[in-house]
Design a protein around this ligand. Structure first.
Ligand code: MN
Length: 256
């Protein structure tokens, strides 16, 4: 069992170490992660410049590889032959904030798991629902237990081809986690505000600011069950087709 561990927060992120440690009981663990933070970078394929890879040692003593590529590049590099061995499972994270609803298309964490599916390999993304700032850092113990539970069941069962899992873990003590729920994507609400300022040469520049996203708390959704204290597991697929609208739009006057 060869497991690739990557993330979007960079090779020095504590969540990466936590996930790599959680995967050790399941097999051979290789770590290949970006050399800096790529959070909210979406699904990237770097084709216009070379990608460099260097060896690094993590704070917990584990060997890792770091690249100047994006999270999805890390997965592509590994699966296209950099690791010189077949990869059976790609796990991503543990991201220090949740990836819920529409976040999945922005997320470097989730899109790295997407990249695994493109190459026919099982992918799972893990995110902890942490606040923006936590003095002393986040406690990943509950997330490590959740990651072990998910991967253990993944190996006992079979995930259908083209499906990957987006796992979100509540930021509460392990004993307070109520359980595991298989969910659908909920509705994220973004509070983005366009901020216009002037640079020192009196040229306008723009910055997307505002508060972080909230969401509609609804039972059965990732947002709702996470808020209720459950680990949310959403099966996702890259097929974004709106199947229920094909026949409706097909009724427009398409004849030529
Ligand atoms: Mn991140």
């Amino acid at each position: 069992m060869n497991i690739l561990v990557t993330n979007d927060d960079g090779v020095k992120a504590p969540g990466l170490m936590a996930l790599a440690e959680a995967m050790v009981p399941f097999g051979n663990v290789d770590i290949l992660a970006p050399d800096h933070n790529w959070s909210i970078s979406g699904h990237v394929k770097t084709l216009h410049r070379p990608l460099r890879v260097q060896s690094v040692i993590l704070d917990n003593g584990m060997n890792a590889l770091a690249t100047d590529g994006a999270p999805s590049d890390c997965v592509a590099l590994a699966l296209l032959g950099l690791l010189k061995k077949p990869v059976d499972l790609v796990v991503v994270g543990i991201n220090p904030s949740a990836n819920l609803g529409h976040d999945v298309t922005y997320s470097g964490t989730v899109t790295a798991a997407m990249e695994a599916v493109i190459w026919g390999v099982c992918g799972v993304s893990f995110s902890l629902d942490g606040p923006e700032h936590t003095p002393g850092g986040l406690d990943y113990r509950g997330s490590k237990t959740a990651a072990k539970k998910v991967v253990g069941l993944l190996l006992e069962n079979e995930l259908p081809k083209n499906v990957f899992l987006n796992v979100n873990i509540p930021n509460i003590a392990l004993e307070d986690i109520k359980g595991y729920k298989i969910t659908r994507q909920g509705l994220r609400i973004y509070h983005d505000v366009l901020i216009e300022r002037q640079d020192p040469r009196q040229r306008a520049y723009y910055w997307i600011g505002g508060d972080g996203p909230s969401g509609v708390i609804e039972e059965g959704t990732d947002i709702g069950e996470l808020a209720n204290g459950y680990v949310s597991i959403t099966p996702l697929t890259l097929d974004l087709t709106s199947h229920q609208n094909i026949s409706k739009i097909d009724q427009w006057s398409w004849s030529i």
